[in-house]
Design a binder for this molecule. Sequence first.
Ligand SMILES: [Fe+2]
Length: 310
Amino acid sequence: MTLKIPQFEWLDLGNSRAYAEWRTAKMAAARAVRDLAPVAIDDLANPSEAARDALIERCELVNYAVYDSPPVPQDNPATAARLRRFAQAFALKIAESHRSAGDYGIVALSPSDQPGKRGYIPYSTRGMNWHTDGYYNPPDQRISAFVLHCVRAAPVGGVNQLLDPELLYIRLRDHHLDWLRALLHPQAMSIPENREADGTLRPVSVGPVFYPDPETGRMQMRYTARTRSIDWRNDPDTRAAEAFLRDYLARGDPLATDLHLAPGQGVLNNNVLHNRTPFEPGRNGDSRLIYRVRFHNRVKRRPEWQNSAT
Ligand SMILES: [Fe+2]
C-alpha cells in the first residue's frame, strides 16, 4: 500500500488545516484496509518479515490488522505459547496481572461457570457493548494493545465489531468541538472502586476518554458504553459528549469492521473500540474459544527480532 498518515498534533484543536489533511488520510486508510484480505501467516510463532511488515503497516494506518494462520484442532496449550511468541515479534509487553491469565499471560475466553468467571459477560454467551480494554485500570496499568485469536468459532453469532478510536475522534470533532474538549479532561470518566471476584479491591479509576500514549504520543481511548458503575464528570458538555458517543456507536459507523473470526484467525490491534454479538454455545463443550492477550504498549517494529527458523 502507498497510504501514509501525516503527523498530527491531535491535542491541538485549533489547527484546522492539519486536521483536514490528517482526516482525509485516515478516511482513505479506513476504507482501504477494511477491504483487504487478512494477512496470511504460515506459522503463528514465526511470522515472516512480509507478514510482520503488513501487520505493522495496517496498525499504523488504522490501529488494527486481521491475520489468518493455520487452525489448530483443539484448545492446545502450545497455541498459547505460539501466540506469546507472535506477540514478541512486535515488542509487545504482556500485561500478566489479569486474574484469569494463564501461564503465558493469555486469557481463554469461553463460556464458563467456574468461580471467578461465572456472571462475567466475557465468560458468557451474551453480547458485549462497545468498549476499549482495561478502561477501569489505573493509569500505570493502561492497556495499549491486545490480540484476539480464535481457536473455535461459535456456530451462530460471536461477531466482533471494531472501530478505530481515531475515527470516532473524527466523528466527534466534526460534530461538536466542545464535546471533544470535554472528553480530553483528566476527570472526564471515573469508574468507582470495585471488589473483584477474587476478593481484591480495584481502586477508583479516573481519567480522560482520549489521552496520549506516553511512549508515542498517539491517541488512545479509554471508554465503555455501559451506563452502570460509571461516573461522568458533571458538566453539560461531558454529559452531551457521552450521550452522543453512546448513541453514535449504537447506530453504527459505516467504517466499523465486522469480524467473523474463523479458527486460526485473529486481530492484532492498538486497543481499538470493539463489541461482540451474543452467540450460541455449541454442543459437547465445544463452545466458542478466543484467546485474548493484552499489552501495556502499542504495536511497533522490532528490528532485532529474528525468525527462530533462521
Ligand atoms: Fe474487550
